[in-house]
Design a protein around this ligand. Structure first.
Ligand code: SF4
Ligand code: SF4
Ligand code: FES
Length: 239
């Protein structure tokens, strides 16, 4: 293993340039370790975001050598060959605040627009609901529930790049978990929310979100589920 790791990092906002750093290469260093070392030892003005360092908070995502990834759980040795440089950019499809930090407001506003929040109704049940793990609804909800809101899927989605209004895979995945939540009382409004031109019908199923999600969630399938639910409701209305 070579002693030195060359790291090219985007500096600026929408305009800017890459800046090259060189730091010691270590056996188990993560990409987030690299950024932290550069900020502490080389340039304190380098901006980036992280919180948990253990794959829980979703705040450390960046584009690493062309691919969106969570950086706290990405080892350098797994993404660049010995002697090759590491290239770090902010997530695509987000406004860049500075360097590697992006603005997440629009991303989460779209969760809200897709009704990606639990609606207990006017008179919530007083007791805990019993939702058997073996039911199809529970399994569909469980398949998407571990989303950490990292934005990797949103960064990977071409439709988001083409259409700034498209809700994107994370918001629609969240809506799908709620469509399958038997306690929720806003199903009709949620299907209304996701059936418009910015909702599930805009997805062209090319799977980038599912390919890159670090939590192994498949938003593509969640969105397909929404399409089926919207169609079923439309057909029922014709009978
Ligand atoms: S499957 Fe749909 S949501 Fe996922 S990346 Fe492709 S277009 Fe975007
Ligand atoms: S679906 Fe996956 S990639 Fe998208 S925000 Fe959630 S955890 Fe991140
Ligand atoms: S720092 Fe929390 S997921 Fe990476």
């Amino acid at each position: 293993m070579t002693d030195t790791l060359r790291v090219d990092i985007w500096r600026g906002t929408e305009s800017g340039q890459f800046q090259l750093f060189a730091i010691p290469r270590r056996e188990h260093q993560t990409v987030l370790d690299v950024v932290t070392e550069i900020q502490r030892e080389h340039d304190a003005t380098l901006s980036y975001r992280f919180a948990c360092r253990v794959g829980m908070c979703g705040s450390c995502a960046m584009v690493v050598n062309g691919r969106p990834r969570w950086t706290c759980r990405t080892r350098v040795r797994d993404v660049v060959d010995d002697g090759e440089p590491l290239r770090l950019e902010p997530l695509r499809n987000f406004t860049v605040v500075k360097d590697l930090a992006v603005e997440m407001t629009q991303f989460f506003d779209k969760w809200k627009a897709a009704q990606g929040y639990f609606e207990p109704g006017a008179e919530p049940a007083a007791d805990f609901a019993v939702v058997p793990p073996a039911t199809a609804e529970r399994q569909a909800a469980d398949a998407g529930i571990e989303c950490i809101g990292c934005g990797v899927c949103y960064s990977a989605c071409d439709v988001v790049a083409w259409d700034k209004d498209y809700f994107g895979p994370a918001a629609l995945n969240r809506a799908w978990t709620l469509v399958n939540d038997v306690r929720d009382q806003a199903q009709s409004a949620r299907l209304d929310a996701v059936s418009g031109s910015e909702g599930c019908q805009a997805c062209h199923t090319h799977m980038s979100c599912t390919t890159f999600c670090p939590k192994a969630i498949a938003p593509t399938y969640s969105i397909a589920g929404l399409k089926r639910a919207v169609l079923r409701r439309g057909l029922r209305g014709m009978l």
